[in-house]
Design a protein around this ligand. Structure first.
Ligand SMILES: [Zn+2]
Length: 257
């Protein structure tokens, strides 16, 4: 075999396996869970009475407030190393500043949700202004992703900054078929602490809850720093990562008829 053919064979094998996971001992994504606003309009025990139907030792990884290229890229590398898919709730302003990073998050298979345009305390501003924050945030992310400015999100997942929304805002999102995410546990990575302290805190909380939607902030350097070790912890302790995606709309029959 020529060196060219050997190389082609090697690339062929590599690309076939990349569709699953190039590392056989990686954590991997154990299943995909589609989340439908009609049946689960609001999830996450921090804010709501119900959460996702996760089995024991199943976790959903979520990251808020990005993208922030230096740290978001580290998080993406750690997730890719373990073939794990997560959900990023992006701030519209940051998405408009870093459209390539938004595209990269989506290209690497992660779910892109929404987190307002400028991260205000939504419960403290008038309804129309809050609605504008939701719409502008979605439009900025959609512009980064698809080059079109629309207030209709291609992924109808939303998380309130500080978990604070009014009933009227919740009703608006529900009327639009948008799932509002709280969280079941969190890394408290907005607090000053060392990466070691954050890792200890979040793994202890996870050990206590046994499962759940976990909230991190990818712009936090300490979170980016612990991500490889956190994923290793999941792998070594029998946790399984669930990737959430929107429930698809009824399939258009354009190519069927
Ligand atoms: Zn936030």
């Amino acid at each position: 075999m020529s060196s060219g053919a050997a190389l082609a064979a090697l690339i062929g094998i590599a690309s076939t396996e990349a569709a699953e996971c190039p590392r056989k001992d990686a954590l991997g994504t154990s299943r995909v869970l589609s989340v439908d606003a009609r049946t689960t309009p609001r999830v996450g025990l921090k804010s709501f009475p119900q959460t996702l139907a996760l089995a024991d030792h199943e976790v959903v990884l979520t990251f808020d407030d990005g993208p922030n290229p230096p740290t978001t890229s580290k998080v993406l590398v750690a997730l890719a190393q373990e073939c794990v898919r997560a959900t990023f709730f992006l701030i519209g302003l940051h998405a408009s500043q870093h459209p390539d990073m938004v595209k990269r998050i989506a290209r690497e298979g992660h779910t892109v949700g929404h987190h307002t345009f400028s991260h205000p305390f939504m419960a403290r501003i008038p309804f129309d202004k809050a609605k504008g924050e939701i719409d502008r945030g979605v439009a900025a992310v959609e512009m980064a992703l698809h080059g079109s400015s629309t207030a209709t999100p291609s992924t109808p997942f939303f998380r309130f900054p500080y978990f604070q929304g009014t009933q009227a805002q919740l009703d608006l999102l529900q009327s639009r078929g948008v799932v509002v995410f709280g969280a079941d546990l969190w890394a408290s990575d907005w607090n000053e602490m060392t990466p070691e302290q954050e890792l200890k805190l979040v793994t202890e909380r996870l050990a206590a809850s046994g499962k759940g939607i976990v909230l991190f902030h990818d712009p936090k350097a300490r979170t980016a720093a612990i991500m490889p070790a956190f994923l290793r912890y999941l792998r070594e302790n029998g946790f399984r990562v669930v990737h959430i995606v929107p429930a698809g709309p009824p399939q258009k029959s354009a190519d069927a008829r």
